[in-house]
Write a protein that binds this ligand. Structure first.
Ligand SMILES: Cc1cc2nc3c(=O)[nH]c(=O)nc-3n(C[C@H](O)[C@H](O)[C@H](O)COP(=O)(O)OP(=O)(O)OC[C@H]3O[C@@H](n4cnc5c(N)ncnc54)[C@H](O)[C@@H]3O)c2cc1C
Ligand code: FES
Length: 320
């Protein structure tokens, strides 16, 4: 058991409990998103004892040295006095400038930042509602000088954030967002490299951004996109992607359906299985995996066993 001091109050952790869980159990409202050490929205700082290094994975060296840590994966070994980072340095403001239905359960959202932005297509940002609810979303566009960000948001029937986006968020409203994070993006410099991209559901969002980025950099190697869904409504960018294959002969789009009663015009089965069977030797390839966490984890292992180097596998699990 350890003691956590926050805002002049002291809380005791229970067995193997994270600091985030301890605070939430005691009804202390602090920001969080994925609860899986990915989105960094639960960032905190210890003012005395150093946090366990496992809770600093993915943070910058400078942040690690200043005892920043992710409270959702921090099981403290010593008593700690903790604070939230300076909120002003974390959040930027944007206006919603477009909102369209891409399918029955996917919404396209375009934001315009009030200040200049640096990001790569495929990275993600945390979006924050006025009441402090935060969720991560991947950037589906390349920087265009207009400070715009595009997202594909899957609407979950009882999703706290996504349902609000569908029902209440309107063009003209403001939204806070964090700086872009993550290393799931196109890397210039190996224009001939073979690219394999596998995504399920709105895992297509970062992949669409990466493909547009690669093509705009005149990537010469073959680019294979496998997009998986249970039914046709999930293949929400089919027309645009098919048009892209006609414009760029090195880009291949394979929509896959895994549900029952689906049209034979698509490849039937799970996108990751189909892709990894089609390309059994991945030595020298760069592999991008985005979407459902189990698919991402399983495919990462399989791609490695099939020859892809770990540093050439870029993955974003949509942990939720
Ligand atoms: C790095 C990263 C990038 C992401 N990028 C995107 C993106 O580009 N587009 C996108 O749509 N989402 C993306 N997500 C997921 C997103 O952050 C939210 O988790 C998601 O939108 C659900 O939030 P919510 O508040 O609507 O649902 P919540 O209120 O958090 O969850 C509602 C209920 O739905 C269940 N649930 C949650 N997710 C799923 C699911 N996928 N399928 C079925 N049930 C589920 C939960 O267990 C819960 O019971 C990303 C996540 C991460 C970590
Ligand atoms: S809530 Fe801790 S990293 Fe996402």
């Amino acid at each position: 058991m350890t003691r956590i001091k926050f805002n002049e109050q002291t809380f005791e952790t229970e067995n193997n409990e994270t600091i985030l869980h301890t605070l939430l159990r005691n009804n202390v409202q602090v920001p969080y998103g994925c609860k899986a050490g990915v989105c960094q929205s639960c960032l905190m700082r210890s003012l005395d004892n150093a946090p366990p290094s496992a809770s600093q994975v993915g943070l910058k060296d400078t942040q690690q040295k200043q005892n920043y840590f992710l409270s959702c994966i921090c099981q403290p070994e010593n008593d700690m006095t903790v604070v939230l980072p300076n909120a002003e340095s974390v959040w930027l403001e944007a206006e919603v400038i477009e909102k369209i239905e891409l399918s029955s359960n996917v919404v396209f959202l375009k934001l315009k930042s009030k200040e200049p932005l640096a990001f790569f297509a495929g990275q993600f940002v945390n979006l924050r509602r006025n009441d402090g609810v935060i969720r991560s979303y991947s950037i589906a566009n390349t920087p265009n000088g207009e400070h715009e960000l595009e997202f594909h948001i899957r609407i979950l029937p009882n999703g706290q954030f996504s349902r609000w986006v569908a029902d209440e968020l309107e063009v003209g409203m403001s939204l806070s967002f964090s700086h872009a994070q993550g290393n799931c993006h196109y890397v210039e410099g190996q224009a001939e490299q073979l690219l394999l991209l596998i995504g399920t559901g709105t895992g297509l969002a970062p992949l669409y951004g990466i493909i547009r980025d690669a093509l705009s950099h005149k990537h010469q190697g073959e680019i294979h996109l496998f997009h998986g869904s249970r039914d046709e409504s999930g293949l929400y960018l089919e027309e645009k992607l098919t048009a892209l294959t006609q414009k760029h002969p090195n880009f291949h789009y394979i929509p896959c359906l895994s549900g029952a009663d689906v049209s034979g015009k698509y490849t039937l089965g799970r996108a990751n299985q189909i892709a990894l069977e089609k390309f059994p030797k991945l030595n020298g390839w760069r592999v991008y995996l985005c979407g459902q966490p189990e698919m991402v984890l399983h495919s990462k292992r399989a791609a490695y066993l099939q020859g892809a180097s770990l540093k050439e596998i870029y993955a974003d699990a949509f942990a939720s």
